[in-house]
Ligand binder design. Structure first.
Ligand code: HEC
Length: 120
């Protein structure tokens, strides 16, 4: 091994360690998203959430792209709810819908629905 690469090792190790620490810190900060801001309201897929998804998501997520997955049905979006990706992208990061345009009220509804176990 060349001397120069030996010298770089502690730095690489430090950066790796730092990114692991930061990754865990961010992940544990808010793993379940913000608290529901509409605690008295009950949400279900069929009554209040499907219209929101239809309106904001299907232009890209209906099976034919450009977004992955098919959100036309509860079954189609359930896996993304189970692994936290809808919460992450719509409520926490707000990177979906791509291009923005979703009202905070709609994001709050999605959040409260997810916080209550996303009933159908
Ligand atoms: C203008 C197109 C567009 C709209 C509208 C849109 N998305 Fe997306 N979405 C994408 C694209 C493209 C990707 C893949 C690239 C990426 O992950 O950013 C994606 C990825 C995702 C992912 C990650 C999927 C995975 O397998 O990791 C989720 C979750 C998601 N979108 C949810 C939504 C929800 C919920 C809505 C509606 C509120 C929505 N998106 C609206 C284009 C869109």
């Amino acid at each position: 091994m060349k001397p120069s690469s030996i010298q770089k090792r502690p730095l690489v190790l430090l950066l790796t360690l730092l990114s692991v620490v930061l990754y865990n810190a961010c992940g544990k900060d808010d793993p379940e998203g913000p608290a529901c801001t509409l605690p008295g309201v009950s949400f279900s897929y069929n009554t209040n959430i499907k219209p929101i998804i239809d309106h904001y998501c299907l232009s890209c997520h209906s099976g034919s792209g450009p977004g992955p997955h098919d959100y036309r049905t509860y079954e189609g979006i359930k896996a993304l709810l189970d692994d936290g990706k809808v919460l992450e992208r719509v409520v926490i990061e707000k990177t979906m819908p791509q291009g923005g345009g979703m009202s905070q009220a709609a994001r709050d509804s999605i959040n409260c629905w997810i916080q209550s176990g996303y009933p159908k």
